[in-house]
Design a protein. Structure first.
Length: 326
């Protein structure tokens, strides 16, 4: 079964920058100084974009984010976990959130420390109401009409640091967070079909050492939950590294934003199916009502950092299908 699932697994589509915007991105990549990089960003302003306006805005803000780091903020990244989160990860997620807003999505980015609604919902369903046990993420993107998340973020170290225990703990903590998100969406859309639900991918952004990793979780078969590393990008901390990494960072952001939009499209289908079934059930009596909750019922655990870090330190981060450079 494992091999069959791995063989049929379909990863997210890795995006390429639209040809309209490639000259401007190339100009920043080939810049010999910061002023040249800034000039490349400005050249993007003159590109006329209508149907690709959201992509243009995403690229523009991604380049501006790189500029802020290479112009000085990069010197702070090794100081604490908070610095790469503030200067790199949060701006990336805000840019992706804005991309979704431009596509008409009702979403909201929350920087951390922020409570994960889905975990709170699932703990309460188990009778656990102690507020001290809530899951706090380093960031999340929330779907407002559902009041639950499609993305969570964890930053496990400052730039260049790699604490094996902390990285492994945050990975497993996020795994259970993703499972809570999966279960919560199944509950909210319980009358929709599994044929639609299996297409759903939820997202985890994990930052540690010198890179950002993008993970997804999906449910390819009832009772089976796959957490897969989809892409990875190095963090640009000074001007000398921008030439080799600017295009990669922009395409990482574009791929993540596009994958989030695909997640929203699947959520649309799930809620539409659920609403249609719920309406039909109003006029039916003694008719079986299949529920996604019978098929999507993961075991959800709220990990304790003090208790569990040592126990899972050697487990590391694991991806069954595709592992871009760790």
């Amino acid at each position: 079964m494992y091999e069959r699932l791995v063989n049929k697994y379909i990863g997210i589509d890795l995006k390429i920058v639209n040809r309209l915007f490639q000259p401007a991105v190339s100009q920043t990549t080939d810049a010999i100084d910061i002023e040249g990089f800034r000039s490349g960003i400005e050249s993007l302003r003159s590109v006329v974009a209508t149907t690709t306006a959201a992509e243009k805005a995403l690229i523009y803000h991604s380049l501006e984010q790189i500029l802020e780091v290479i112009a000085g903020a990069g010197r702070t990244l090794s100081s604490s976990e908070g610095c790469p989160r503030f200067y790199v990860v949060d701006p990336l997620l805000r840019t992706c959130n804005d991309f979704l807003l431009q596509h008409g999505r009702n979403v909201l980015f929350f920087p951390g420390e922020i409570e994960l609604n889905a975990m709170t919902t699932q703990l309460q369903s188990q009778g656990i109401t102690d507020g001290r046990l809530k899951y706090n993420a380093d960031g999340k993107i929330l779907v407002e009409e559902l009041s639950t998340e499609i993305l969570l973020s964890e930053v496990s170290s400052s730039f260049g640091e790699n604490s094996k225990g902390k990285t492994s703990f945050d990975h497993h903590k996020a795994m259970f967070g993703l499972l809570a998100m999966v279960r919560t969406i199944a509950s909210l859309c319980q009358h929709s079909s599994f044929d639609t639900f299996f297409k759903l991918k939820l997202h985890f952004i994990h930052t540690h050492d010198r890179a950002i990793r993008h993970w997804t979780m999906s449910t390819p078969s009832p009772g089976v939950y796959v957490m897969n590393k989809e892409q990875r990008v190095g963090i640009i901390d000074d001007f000398g590294k921008q030439k080799n990494n600017t295009v990669q960072f922009v395409t990482f952001a574009l791929t993540l934003a596009s994958a989030l939009e695909e997640t929203m499209a699947v959520l649309d289908d799930l809620t539409d199916e659920h609403d249609r079934k719920e309406t039909a059930y109003r006029f039916e009596r003694n008719v079986p009502r299949p529920s996604l909750l019978e098929l999507v019922c993961p075991q959800i655990v709220r990990l304790n950092e003090n208790k569990h870090t040592v126990q899972i330190a050697d487990d590391g981060t694991k991806s069954p299908v595709y592992t871009p450079n760790a």
